[in-house]
Design a binder for this molecule. Sequence first.
Ligand code: SF4
Length: 415
Amino acid sequence: MPIRMLPTWFARKRSAAPPPKDRSQLRVGIPKVLNIWTTHQFWVGFLKALGIASENIIFSSDTSEEQGREFGKGRGTVDCCYPVKCISGHYGELIFGQKKKINILFSPMIHSLPSILYGHVVDTVTCTRVMAGPENIKAGFMKERDVFAENNIVYASPFVSLGDRHMVTEQLHSSLKDIFNLDPEETRRAVQAGFQALDAFTAKARQHSRDILTWCAKNQKPCILVLARPYHMDTGIGHEIEGELQAHGYPVLWLQYLSGEEDLMNWLFEADLREGRIKSPFDIADVWTSSYSSNTNEIMWGAKFAARCPWVTCVVRLSSYECGMDQPTYTPTQKIVEATGTLFFKFGDLDSTKPSGSIKIRVETIVHYMAKYSQEIIQRKLGWLSPECPLADIATPTHSVPAEQTPKAKTAVAC
Ligand code: SF4
């Protein structure tokens, strides 16, 4: 008998599951940037399931010039995209700006995203600059000396495909096992808890969107849809343009949390499905064949939704300075939205400067056109849909639409 087998045979066997590891004192800082804006609930659920106390999960503040000046100065790296550049300020705030120091700076490299379009598009991957952003910014904190080590902070940046759920446990276990002392089973449970938290939050937010649309339908009131990337929710990147519009009394929906319930989708896309232009209401192959990028796909789908939904009378498109991912989508989204006479306004090349005067003037312009044309747009779009609206019992003006408008709209919506 080989001697080396003995320790294995006679080792004390565990009689029950191992006691939970105490991680309650660990403080984890997460930069609130890029796709964290739509996946934060996953990370909170995941870390809490590992035993990290809620109060020890710390997100950085919204982006601001002060944050960049105070914490990100001199840490710049080569990236032309403002949403990536400004991450330096978030890292710096978490490293230098906490009264109680963090132990781990947690900045995942998210390769793919959960998406309402999953299964209907080619893939749901993220922008490569977004995915690689954490590595890029880390370099700015290590180029002269290791700032993380100097501050006793462990840098954790797992590569993770949140859009491909079956891969996540293995990815997070292999990259985090030494940092958090993880075993595979607790990683699996934590990933499950993370997705449960994310799904519950997303479902609730989508329900809010549906409630807003229902209110609009019952009261025949217009609302605005924002077509943008998740990080435009950051007040320092999106400059709160949607907030300014909402202050004028128009409800605002965000693309990321649009209602996607079957009854509403089938109602809006009924004609497209009947005529075989698309296979499902989430199919965007009629307008966007290279559907690899998650956020880009959703922007295209949102444009189609807006073109059809009667109460979305205005689309506001936000895009950051020289965004290479957005550039090919500018013309198609505008054409899709405007094809049904829906108002379309674009704020492009957003960066750190907030030209408040010009934003104010443009917001006033949008509000003026909404007040002038919304009722006409609502009635026109209602006229192209079946009277069986799932949101409210409404009288659709099917016969009040001038005959010459219908063929034009059908052609337009298909584009
Ligand atoms: S601005 Fe565009 S290209 Fe740059 S990180 Fe954002 S999505 Fe990617």
